[in-house]
Write a protein that binds this ligand. Structure first.
Ligand code: UDP
Length: 236
């Protein structure tokens, strides 16, 4: 089998990193991710990761409780850097060369985001972790994934979820009769308000023709998605 995609963005939400605890970073999940990314490397898939921060901090939630939005979002972006460094450590322990690039300057800990340098790392077989989202408040790491995918010309975004295995019309964890979608268009996602990703991210993907595969983060699934096996929901 030949891989369906040669260069991808893997979007890992903070929630996926939290594992069963629902918060913080689960070391077992890190190991699971590192092993799966190593499988991608063996297939010569150029892999960039955009990491979320919701397992530590969500700006909008803090804002709803009265905190200044920009400050709350800055804290959220810092949370993504914590996750990015944890992922880098897990990958390097699995002998996968990794660079963290941050959208907010913090040179002692991560490279600054430089598009051409990121592409060069990928061409050399290194995994690049994009941290600090877009670097701007009022955005999400889903939007960062769409933006970086367009910038580095990734062929697809793989959206690995913690609790669900696909897109449903309702929460399958609370509604057993929720309908599962195998395929969707971005217009349907937007019109039906499906909440797969925020509308800014969905519009950016739609405008730039970047397909998205939504699936559950469990052993073997990332490679299956890259090889074109039918898992989760395919959005284009
Ligand atoms: N964030 C931001 N700008 C960005 C990306 C993220 O301000 O470009 C902040 C925002 O506060 C958000 C938090 O970082 O709540 C964590 O990101 P996100 O909610 O996207 O993480 P995920 O839901 O994927 O875990």
């Amino acid at each position: 089998m030949t891989p369906r995609f040669k260069r991808i963005i893997l979007k890992l939400s903070g929630e996926a990193l939290a594992g069963k605890a629902g918060f913080g970073i689960d070391p077992d999940v890190l190991v699971c991710i590192a092993q799966q990314v190593k499988e991608l490397k063996k297939e010569n898939i150029q892999t960039a990761i955009v990491v979320g921060g919701g397992n530590i901090w969500r700006g909008a939630e803090a804002n709803a409780r009265g905190m200044d939005r920009a400050t709350a979002d800055h804290m959220g972006m810092l949370a993504t850097v914590i996750n990015g460094l944890a992922l880098q450590d897990a990958l390097e322990q699995n002998h996968v060369d990794t660079r963290v690039q941050s959208a907010v300057d913090m040179r002692q800990m991560a490279e600054p985001y430089i598009r051409r340098r990121a592409i060069r790392h990928l061409e050399k077989g290194r995994v690049v972790i994009f941290a600090a989202g877009t670097g701007n408040p009022y955005f999400s790491t889903d939007t960062a994934a769409a933006l970086r995918a367009a910038e580095i010309e990734a062929e697809a975004i793989l959206l690995a979820k913690g609790k669900v295995d696909a897109v449903y019309d309702d929460d399958p964890n609370t509604n057993p009769s929720a309908k599962k979608f195998a395929e969707l268009t971005y217009l349907e996602v937007l019109n039906l308000g499906l909440g797969v990703m925020d509308s800014t991210a969905a519009s950016l993907c739609m405008d730039n023709n970047i397909p998205l595969i939504v699936f559950q983060l469990k052993s073997g699934n990332i490679l299956k998605a890259v090889m074109g096996e039918k898992i989760g929901t395919f959005i284009s």
